[in-house]
Write a protein that binds this ligand. Structure first.
Ligand code: BGC
Ligand code: NOJ
Length: 814
């Protein structure tokens, strides 16, 4: 069952009814000012840091679901009836409801009692504010006397404190109304240089700044007293819960339409630049007034849409499969960009409080963005390098506002530093910017030791080599990519978070996953080292990779698939010797990706096992059988009920690794099939089962060990997006940046007889037509560039600003 449809032309997902199985959200803005918005107007906004600079309040674990948002009420002043055009919070019956989630904007519209209202919400490029642009039309045959109320609840202080420290926070709120603009100015000019404003383009009939005054005692957002009464009290409240409410009276003739614009903004006035003023600083008022003009708003929205079109034009495809096209052309790169910006901080599942920019996550998110935003990717790589430690390891996260690494959410994840090599290599392959390697960056724990990025990468590889266990495999530390494989913490204290519990690394627990990742990253770094003339490091890495492959072959192979790990007692995990957790997906993906087991058949055998043991209609499971009891030696993984999260769900992030592995082995039909099984657009048909948004990947889909197999959760902020994008564009469709040019290496089902890829790469556009007349599944027979025969499969770097026609014939060399 569907709750909407894709409008591919406009790059929008159109939701037809408000009561989706879960709030289906979108992001407004993807750089400094970010807003989350659901299909019924729920959500909140923040500037840079969802914990420290949040403008509006949101209640997680909310009942009814999705509480607090950008609320609008319309009231018919004749009979006192009122409703919300975005359905929430009043949830009155609406006609013609639709929500169009687009790239960086959302449009929600409906009609009630002959009054049509449509609101476009977006964050203009390079502004720290969001616009709600409303059009209200009287479709009745008689005039309408209406009242319009806007409502936001402020939370302009530490969001963690907001949920804990009521004795203070309920006594600090300060608000002002300056020339009709509601200003949230708590602590302004005391400890803060910033304030928030909420403004309305129309003359006000009244306002409200205190929640209690607006709602009335014991009432919720669905029935505010002020709306019921049709009048505000114009209270300027101190303390309590500051809100921003405008009341506007609208008298519309039959057929008349009116635009009303709200602007919710964040402003900084560094103390040195002005006195005690807020709005009087002039700049702020000017900006607000500018956006009161409908044509300025329309123009800003067009600029936003153009910016996305330009960004996405870096890679566009046309294949026979619409679900592939809509994900690759629009939604996956969009999701990658959102995840790149907010990492794992703010979604319906991440409160914005606990997690800054994750080291491992950010490096992977970058893989799906680097072709669209190379400059931001470069800056991010350098930021990440500054969260690296002298040991070569890394802080597991850093705060976006301070850019400082910290251990707040745990430390000692031994895979972390290796991901930096993958992101740096991807950036260089994309841009050819070798100079980035010379950028000097200080280490997070030793600010005086700035070293070139290249040295950071070498230290990252050496970090693994300095931490090998009894089988010559990398020690896992706290955990590896699988945060819940806590082999060294043995936690018995229910009050201790697994991710920060003390670890006792006895030098025994080893990870086959890190071994695979090391080989992958080690080869990339070897490629870099040899190209910059550091032969010594290149050959050192080469032999380290060979050594690691041997260790995996000897101690990381279980006969039918790759082992997952050795625990702190030296016992095998992910082995047929185990009763539960006999096979894990991660090493079956990463080892073949790194070329391990390709020649001796192990990789093929491992993929056979994946198909046999782990594949479901809803994707590939993380492990089987799921753990049914808590295991002290494994940690958090076994704390989840069977089929959930790391304990045997379809942990989507890992699926594209298997797709890439399948491509490396030429298993084309399988790669295509596996990619489609988790493709959210393909799952749109079963939205009542999947429950999450059909336009973005979710982190997990409940596994077959649980009743609700197929139900997705933790949508949006997941590394799945980047890897799905890389797997589909670089490995299935086979257009892959390399250090030396754009490689063409498709791996498609025989039935795909033709497809097109337009790829901007290092200053030229490659218009590529791939023809597959004989139904091959890979192998390049012939390439023509601008009509001329070209030998080889790595297209040259043109850097000439031109478009080049490339025709590729599949089917092996002729
Ligand atoms: C989750 C993991 C996550 C980790 C770190 C765990 O509870 O299951 O998916 O990576 O927390 O935040
Ligand atoms: C989510 C985390 O953000 C990511 O870093 C981790 O790899 C996966 N969970 C798997 O545990």
């Amino acid at each position: 069952m569907r709750f909407g449809h894709f409008d591919d032309e406009r790059r929008e997902y159109v939701i037809h009814r408000p009561d989706t199985p879960h709030p289906w959200i979108n992001y407004l803005g993807s750089e400094d000012f970010v807003g989350l918005i659901s299909n019924t107007g729920g959500g909140y906004a923040f500037y840079r840091d969802a914990r420290l600079r949040r403008l509006t309040r949101y209640r997680y674990n909310d009942v009814p679901v999705d509480e607090n948002g950008r609320y609008i009420y319309l009231r018919d002043n004749k009979n006192g009836e009122y409703w919300s055009p975005s359905w929430q919070p009043t949830r009155r019956r609406l006609e013609g409801y639709s929500c169009r989630h687009g790239l960086g904007y959302t449009v929600i519209g409906s009609t009630h009692a002959g009054i049509e209202a449509e609101t476009t919400y977006f964050v203009p490029l390079d502004e720290a504010l969001e616009i709600w642009s409303m059009r209200i039309t009287n479709r009745r045959t008689a005039p309408a006397a209406l009242s319009l109320f806007s409502a936001v609840e402020f939370c302009f202080w530490n969001a963690l404190d907001d949920a804990t420290n009521f004795q203070r926070n309920l006594n600090i709120g300060e608000v002002a109304v300056e020339a009709g603009v509601i200003v949230h100015k708590t602590e302004y000019r005391e400890r803060r240089d910033h304030f928030a404003t909420f403004a309305c383009s129309e003359p006000l009939a009244g306002f409200e700044t205190q929640r209690d005054a607006f709602l009335g005692a014991y009432r919720g957002w669905s029935e505010p007293l002020a709306v019921e009464r049709g009048a505000t009290t114009d209270t300027i409240g101190v303390g309590g819960c500051p809100v921003g409410v405008h009341h506007v009276r609208l008298d519309l003739r039959a057929g008349e339409s009116k635009r009303v614009i709200f602007v919710l903004g964040y402003h900084e006035n560094p103390a040195a630049e002005s006195g005690g003023a807020t709005l009087d600083a002039g700049v702020v008022r000017k900006t607000i007034r500018r956006y009161f003009q409908p044509d300025v708003v329309d123009e800003a929205l067009n600029r936003l849409r153009d910016a996305w079109d330009r960004r996405l034009s870096a890679l566009q495809v046309r294949t026979p499969e619409p679900d592939v096209d809509r994900m690759v052309n629009t939604w996956t790169p969009y999701q990658c960009a959102v995840a790149f910006s907010v990492s794992r901080s703010a979604s319906r599942y991440e409160s914005g409080i606990g997690r800054g920019i994750g080291f491992r996550d950010a490096n992977q998110d970058l893989l799906g963005c680097v072709h669209m935003m190379p400059d931001r990717a470069r800056a991010r790589i350098l930021d990440l390098a500054s969260a690296q430690l002298v040991s070569g390891g890394a802080y597991h996260q850093y705060q976006p506002l301070t850019r400082r690494g910290n251990d707040e959410i745990g430390s000692g994840f031994n895979d972390d530093p290796l991901w930096l090599i993958l992101s740096a290599a991807a950036y260089i392959k994309e841009t050819g910017d070798w100079e980035v390697l010379e950028e000097r960056v200080a280490y997070g724990d030793e600010p005086r030791t700035a070293e070139p990025l290249y040295e950071h990468l070498v230290r990252a590889a050496d970090y693994t080599l300095a931490r090998l266990g009894p089988h010559g495999l990398p020690l896992i530390g706290r955990a590896d990519w699988n945060d819940c494989l806590n082999l060294n913490s043995h936690s018995t204290d229910p009050d201790e978070p697994f991710q920060t519990a003390p670890i006792r690394d006895g030098g025994t627990a080893e990870s086959v996953f890190i071994a695979g990742l090391f080989c992958l990253a080690g080869e990339e770094l070897e490629g870099i080292a040899s190209r910059i003339g550091d032969g010594t490091t290149a050959s050192r890495l080469r032999s380290a990779v060979v050594g690691m492959r041997t260790a995996v072959a000897e101690h990381g192979w279980d006969g039918g698939w790759f082992l997952r790990a050795y625990d702190a007692r030296g016992d095998k995990l992910g082995s047929r010797e185990n009763d539960e957790g006999r096979i894990f997906v991660e090493p079956q993906g990463i080892c073949p990706m790194a070329g391990i087991g390709i020649e001796d058949g192990k990789a093929d055998t491992a993929l056979d096992a994946v198909g046999r043991e782990l594949l479901t209609d809803h994707g590939i499971l993380l492990l089987q059988p799921a753990y049914t009891t808590y295991r002290l030696n494994l940690g958090e993984i076994s704390s989840y009920p069977p089929g959930y999260k790391e304990n045997g769900s379809v942990f989507c992030h890992t699926n594209p690794w298997v797709v890439i592995a399948a491509c490396r082995l030429g298993r084309a039909e399988e790669a295509w099939d596996y990619a489609l099984r988790i493709n959210p657009a393909r799952r749109e048909e079963i939205s009542e089962v999947h429950e999450c948004e059909p336009y973005v990947y979710a982190q997990t889909i409940v596994g077959r060990d649980a009743e609700d197999h197929g139900r997705a959760r933790n949508s949006w902020l997941t590394g799945t997006a980047s890897w799905a994008y890389v797997a589909t564009t670089q490995w299935i469709l086979g257009i892959r940046p390399t250090f030396d040019g754009l490689e063409i290496d498709p791996c498609v089902p025989a039935g795909v007889r033709e497809y097109r890829v337009s790829r901007r790469f290092r200053g030229a556009t490659y218009d590529i037509l791939i023809e597959n007349p004989d139904g091959a599944t890979g192998g390049v027979r012939k390439i023509r560039i601008d009509g001329e025969r070209f030998d080889g499969s790595v297209l040259p770097v043109f850097e000439d600003g031109k478009t080049h026609d490339v025709t590729v014939t599949l089917g092996g060399p002729s």
